[in-house]
Design a protein. Structure first.
Length: 326
């Protein structure tokens, strides 16, 4: 084996749990997947341990040679104690002390981190954030998750360790209802799920929109792929929706630029899947929402890890744990 440190990463999702064994330079040595639909934690946690040990053994190592593990989990959660309190995608997982369980069973140090923070860490160590001391990562997917790296550190905040919830800043007083309970959140205007819901609500006023055609004429199938196709086809309603999304993206990113003066804003799914059609209108609107000096020093770039980001999430969290506890 090389002299490089080896890390174990867990990516806990609503439909599967990804396990990755990788080096600190980003080489994935082994990976496994555990289906996680409608499961009980008492069935899944032991599998996470046995699969991890199997990957380590297949790499010709002992678990004691793994420097640390990291668990990437959806929030809200009890970040202080490493407990999955009530994950929305898995109703049978309630108050699961996943961090202490894995520490005990694997016998190595580990950490528990918000999945968007983990994605930011993955871009920092292995992707578009390499070499940066200050950047913001935004997931730009069904929701808007965020992770902040400032002055060379992951920003977690104080008592709740909830910093980086970039999607839930209010951009419109008494605006659209957000899933989080607030009204007018950035995510309610720019998250893929919220946009699709809005289009479904407004379909009666736009029955001929090309969005519906690109969704097989099934309102339930409306998604950002259908919206993008309709925009490219010049559909007026789709273009209006896109313009508002772009304006809200710029509004939120402008705030982040003035507050953090980031070297980069790194954008997830929609930015790399759609390309310039996604980022160009944001860049066009940004001067309305932040100062020229920090804007000139901020690059708006897509994720470099793209759909592989989950494979690096837990490994990056483990690496950051070692960095913080060196
Ligand atoms: Zn919200």
């Amino acid at each position: 084996m090389s002299q490089e440190r080896v890390l174990l990463g867990f990516d806990v999702g609503g439909t599967k749990i990804g396990i990755g064994l990788g080096t600190e330079s980003g080489k994935i040595i082994g990976s496994a997947r555990i289906p996680n639909v409608d499961t009980y934690p008492e069935d899944i946690l032991p599998k996470m341990v046995s699969e991890s040990k199997r990957l380590v053994a297949e790499a010709g190592m002992d678990i004691s040679q793994v420097s640390a593990f990291g668990i990437s989990v959806p929030f809200p959660a009890d970040a202080v104690n490493g407990i999955m309190t009530a994950p929305t995608n898995n109703k049978k997982w309630r108050n699961v002390p996943i961090l202490s369980y894995l520490k005990e069973q694997l016998g190595i140090p580990g950490c528990f981190e918000n999945d968007a923070n983990c994605a930011a860490l993955a871009e920092w160590f292995f992707g578009a954030g390499k070499g940066c001391q200050n950047f913001i990562f935004l997931t730009q997917s069904t929701g808007i998750g965020g992770g902040i790296i400032a002055a060379g550190n992951l920003v977690r905040g104080g008592g709740a360790l909830s910093a980086g919830e970039c999607g839930h800043i209010c951009v419109e007083l008494d605006g659209r209802q957000c899933n989080c309970g607030m009204k007018g959140c950035y995510e309610a205007y720019a998250g893929g799920r919220a946009i699709a819901n809005r289009i479904r609500e407004e379909l009666a006023c736009h029955p001929d929109t090309a969005i519906l055609k690109f969704a097989d004429n099934d309102p339930e199938k409306i998604d950002m792929v259908a919206v993008e196709k309709a925009v490219r086809a010049g559909d007026a309603y789709a273009c209006a929706i896109w313009e508002e999304m772009s304006l809200r993206n710029a509004q939120a990113m402008g705030m982040f630029i003035n507050i953090f003066n980031p070297e980069k804003i790194i954008l997830g799914t929609l930015a790399w899947a759609v390309g310039d059609l996604y980022t160009d209108p944001i860049k066009k609107h940004l001067p309305k929402f932040c100062w020229a000096e920090p804007l000139a020093k901020c690059e708006i770039v897509p994720s470099a890890l793209r759909r592989d980001i989950g494979s690096y999430a837990g490994i990056a969290a483990a690496l950051n744990y070692l960095k913080e506890n060196a």
